[in-house]
Ligand binder design. Sequence first.
Ligand code: PYC
Length: 314
Amino acid sequence: MKVIDSHTGGEPTRVIIEGGPDLGEGNLTERLKRMSEKYDHIRKSVILEPRGSDVWVGALLCPPVDKSCTTGVIFFNNSGYLGMCGHGTIGVAVTLAHMGLVKGFESGPVKIKIETPVGIVEVTMPDLNTASVQNVASYLYKEKVEIEVEELGFITGDVAWGGNWFFLADKAPVAITLANEAKLNHYAKAIKATLSAKGITGRDGAEIDHIEFFSEAEQTGADSKNYVLCPGNAYDRSPCGTGTSAKIASLATKGLLKPGQIWVQDSIINSRFEGFYEINQAGEIIPTITGSAYVHAESTLLRHTEDPFRNGIL
Ligand code: PYC
């Protein structure tokens, strides 16, 4: 399989550009289901050790149903599949530009559309390495949810959708620094387990599989610094595109961010996304998230038939 690796604010995306499974016809949700049922070994082979690690997000390019889109994409990670991924969409856009599939930069910013299982996202690229992703409609689902978490006591936070489900904790249990990553990870997992045990979910019983902590900004120009626990228990090195969208939706609903007002979100490693939102005709909050990605490898992944770990270390 030929892959192109990039990172968006430190968070890696591995795009399968050749040799991936043919998922056939149908919408992206149907094709995601087919991949999970018939080709899950490919996800594992590409993402898990020894070819990957739990920090990777993978992206399989596939033909879009809507032909105005440059590509369709299915995102996956060490634990399964993601409906949408903000840093991953920025990584895919920069990878497409690297492959020469996004053209016209000489005449100004270029717009492309990418089809995902949760909808079509529009991406504007002012240059080869920067992408603004107009995300799917995002919303605050439950405000001020209070839970009692072992070792932490009572914690409150919002449940919000930004393309994935998030618990946006009101306070970080310890300072958001890399030195505290193991503690942040431990507490975030405890919150996730408590939400699940208490039956607190997103809409239609969906699992809340991302936990987000916030603290005061450290770097000049930022509004906040975050820590995001991803579904497979790795932390997001980037400020998390869907997490920043969920935060923007929460702020907007509480009247703390106006349409068009910029929200600058730094990550635990101090990489940065900028976001804002518009209200569409249906009255929904549509966030746009801007970040930069860099391609750092073009590789061929080999799966020897006798390699006991050709489908990853489970
Ligand atoms: O940027 O949306 C995101 C994301 C989700 C999981 C990792 N990154």
